[in-house]
Design a protein around this ligand. Structure first.
Ligand code: PLP
Length: 464
């Protein structure tokens, strides 16, 4: 259902930009919000609230920015889009159109990636609990399998040998870096060497391609260190007659959601218990004001020292090893916005205010991480001047006390009215649909994909 927009002579609505944690916004999306706010109101009328608008052009430009860095350093490379960051099919199509692969962790993600047009050979499967069915599907699509443990190794071997005509499995071995000895993901040095030994004995059913790891957090140095650790195993594998060609360093490239100075100022001045309705500052936040963008992060990693006088980029080139990356969040930077319709604003005791929206803490918050999504929402309001500024927190439509989108008291230049819209920007990375469900039997929020976008012509269609 394409919708063509033209600016109305007299807008019925006003866009109120936040003053505190003003989000960075993709220019195409910003133009829609600022020039055609009434269209967003109309979309919500048609599709309900909350509503997620997905922007595939953002994934394509994020991909190209990372590829440009890899090319600049002339490093052999492979990118696998970490598909768990978002359930959108159009983002998978955008990944396929950009020529990059996909990192999948379920048979459903595998099928969706194939449906989007990604060749099986460009798919890499990670995750510690792959089923026999998933293994079979991966082997028959010729996808790369990251083996998480010796137990998985044995299981996969059994699955292949049980096939009427055994097909070789393309495999990586997942390493557990020394910085995370307690992790349940990956193999210790000892198990990794054992895995390599087993591979030398089963070259008929396994095609060994290299090593993999994925670390929590967003540090460059932890990845550089893990990569240095792995290079010892590259040599060991070669001595055993194997031919490792890839080091896959997983995801964890950062997104910059707000300008670093604004974020630093917020942390310093505006992040005290009194700034929260529940008088509590969450223990941890995503680093929303990242000092590094993802391309800068990648350049730093490539320039990091591998051994005295040898950078990681040089090591990879000299050894002819492909650097694989599995960026999830960073590839979907700016690739969605989430709209919530305001139900009402209510006065509470102690001169506080709550805004109720149609939607819940499952639709845009960091509930899973016991945190909050920190960006201020943009308000689209039909309120006419004079404006009366308020400070309020934002709650969902459930009767559970914890259904709160943000406890943080947000400054609005005018009090939102029923039917007004709050826009959370940059929600594609684990925000918009990670925890989505049918709580209270509310239907799942709709997801529309934007087909871009000359000025004034924004078209949206269902994103399956
Ligand atoms: C989640 C995950 C990713 C993606 O991580 P981001 O932080 O979103 O970049 C990549 N690889 C593996 C194995 C993962 O589990």
């Amino acid at each position: 259902m394409p919708i063509t927009n033209s600016p109305t002579a007299e807008p019925l609505t006003e866009v109120h930009q936040p003053a505190m944690l003003k989000p960075l916004i993709d220019p195409i999306i910003s133009r829609l919000i600022n020039n055609f706010p009434d269209k967003l109101v109309a979309l919500i009328k048609q599709h309900g609230s909350p509503l997620n608008l997905v922007w595939p052009h953002a994934l394509e430009s994020n991909t190209h920015a990372l590829l440009a860095v890899l090319k600049q350093y002339s490093v052999p490379h492979a990118i696998f889009y970490g598909a768990k960051a978002n359930k959108s099919q159009s983002l998978l199509v955008a990944a396929a159109n950009s020529g990059v692969g996909v990192d999948v962790s379920s048979v459903h993600e595998l099928q969706a990636a194939l449906r989007a047009g990604t060749p099986g050979a460009r798919i890499c499967a990670t995750g510690p609990a792959k089923t026999a069915f998933f293994h079979q599907a991966l082997v028959s699509s010729g996808s790369l399998i990251s083996i998480d443990s010796l137990e998985e190794f044995e299981h996969l071997q059994y699955v292949i040998e049980a096939q009427p005509t055994p097909t070789k499995a393309r495999v990586l071995l997942r390493y557990r870096p020394k910085t995370s000895p307690q992790s349940r993901f990956g193999m210790s040095s000892q198990d990794l060497l054992e895995g390599l030994q087993r591979l030398t004995k089963h070259t008929d059913i396994f095609h060994f391609e290299g090593f993999h790891f994925h670390l929590g957090g967003y540090g460059v140095e932890s990845r550089a260190q893990a990569l240095r650790e792995i290079s010892g195993f590259v040599e060991a594998a070669r001595e055993m007659g194997l031919n490792p060609q890839m080091i896959d360093i997983g995801g964890g490239l950062p997104i910059r959601y707000v300008e670093p100075q604004i974020y630093a100022r917020f942390l310093q001045n505006d992040n005290k218990p009194s700034h929260y309705y529940n008088q509590k500052v969450p223990e941890a936040y995503y680093p929303y004001g990242s000092d590094l963008t993802a391309p800068q992060w990648l350049a730093l990693l490539l320039e990091a020292e591998h051994s005295p006088g040898v950078s990681i980029a040089t090591y990879l080139k000299l050894q002819n090893i492909t650097l694989a990356l599995e960026p999830g969040r960073s590839l979907v930077d700016q690739a969605a916005i989430s709209l919530f319709r305001v139900t009402r604003t209510k006065q509470l005791a102690f001169n506080k205010t709550v805004i109720f929206v149609e939607g819940s803490s499952f639709s845009a918050c960091e509930t899973w991480f016991a945190s909050e999504y920190l960006l201020d929402p943009i308000l689209i309001s039909s309120q006419q001047p004079p404006y009366a500024p308020i400070q309020a927190y934002i709650a969902g439509h459930s009767c559970l006390d914890d259904d709160v989108i943000t406890y943080r008291l947000i400054n609005f230049s005018t009090a939102p009215r029923p039917g007004d819209i709050l826009i959370y920007v940059n929600t594609a990375g684990y925000q918009m649909d990670l925890l989505e469900n049918e709580f209270h039997r509310h239907p799942l929020p709709r997801r529309l994909t934007a087909s871009c976008c000359t000025q004034g012509h924004y078209a949206f269609s269902p994103d399956y």
